[in-house]
Write a new protein. Structure first.
Length: 160
């Protein structure tokens, strides 16, 4: 009971409790958003069972190899961000493109606030204008997989 009263004394503790209660469900939600080979296998077990044992081993590792089928590449790498197709050397081809998000760091002028702790708890006061670091994420080409006759003919991954 004493701890409960101490936690309720200041506005700062209320804010901390609020953010902790908000942080847990948000972190669980974000953790479940990612798509991994294991999750794609769980969602598509019939597709996975149709693959050869060598392809199943590669899919579980998130890798691809020459001659793999489109379903195997989907399970290993996920849905492509976009597809292109055409004719090259007299053969029809399809290329799957995968993007990655790259951080871009910059500084900009923006307002900042400071917190004062006093007799009545925590209060936020306007601190002024200053240079603040900013991070933006932009899509960049990460990988491409090329199919000829519905089998992997080649692929590449971009380095950082």
């Amino acid at each position: 009971m004493l701890i409960y009263k101490l936690l309720n004394l200041t506005l700062g503790w209320r804010m901390i409790r609020f953010f902790i209660c908000l942080l847990v469900p948000v972190s669980v939600l974000l953790a479940s958003c990612g798509s991994t080979p294991e999750k794609r296998i769980e969602r598509n077990p019939q597709l996975f069972q149709k693959l050869s044992s060598n392809e199943q081993k590669l899919v579980r590792a998130g890798k691809i190899s020459q001659g793999m089928s489109k379903p195997a590449v989907f399970l290993a790498m996920g849905n492509p961000d976009h597809k292109t197709s055409g004719i090259q050397h007299g053969e029809n081809f399809e290329r799957w493109h995968y993007n990655t998000m790259v951080p871009v760091y910059s500084y900009g002028v923006s307002p900042y606030y400071r917190y004062n702790y006093g007799r009545y708890g925590c209060r936020r006061n306007y601190g002024g204008i200053g240079f603040q670091p900013k991070v933006h994420y932009v899509p960049r080409h990460g990988a491409s997989v090329e199919f000829v006759k519905d089998e992997v003919a080649g692929w590449n991954r971009s380095g950082r």
